[in-house]
Design a protein around this ligand. Sequence first.
Ligand SMILES: [Zn+2]
Length: 225
Amino acid sequence: MSEVVREPACGGILIVGAGGLGAPVVRMLLDADARDLTVLDPDTVALENLHRQILYTDADVGRGKAQVLAERFGLDARPIRLDAGNGAELIAGRDCVFDGTDNFADKYLLNDLCLAAGVPLVHAGAAQFRGQVLLIRPGGPCLRCLLPEPPDAATDECRWTGVFGPAVGVVAALALGEILRVRAGDETSGAVLMADLANGRLSRARLEPRPECACRGIPISGGVS
Ligand SMILES: [Zn+2]
């Protein structure tokens, strides 16, 4: 491994979750010489996830992901979970946030916090053979334009139904493309990028803001204002 260069190569990017989605995104950003990354993940490396969490090796099993990332890549990696209490402070001032979480509650929290902070968010999710990516900017459209409220936790398929490893890799690559668009100053948004590995298909759909959505300035009841 070459010596870590600490000079920022791009704006500050907050990576929330260094698992199946976050690990390949971090790997590809490091390969693109991006060094001003902050990575949040409170979990440990698990053997059954190694095939898709490509930052880690067998020797890392049982170790904290953040500790591994800090030691191996010199990253600002923190063993913490972003939540409603610390989220605003962690997001403020970032150039971009990447959602590598694995459950709807965290994805909607990131959606609301990034809208409130005016920070672009690259949402990504994958389950079974499918996945999607959406670049969310202040003013929308946002995740709540797609689905106003998160699905019930009991049907949270990205957590409970498992995922096909290659689907995660494709979704991560699509997400990296959106991160790099933000980094390059591209101001466009509003497209949902979809991957379907069961049928070998990539597609793109236009998403329009819902007039009554929180991203249009309407307060979220019981959520982040
Ligand atoms: Zn919205």
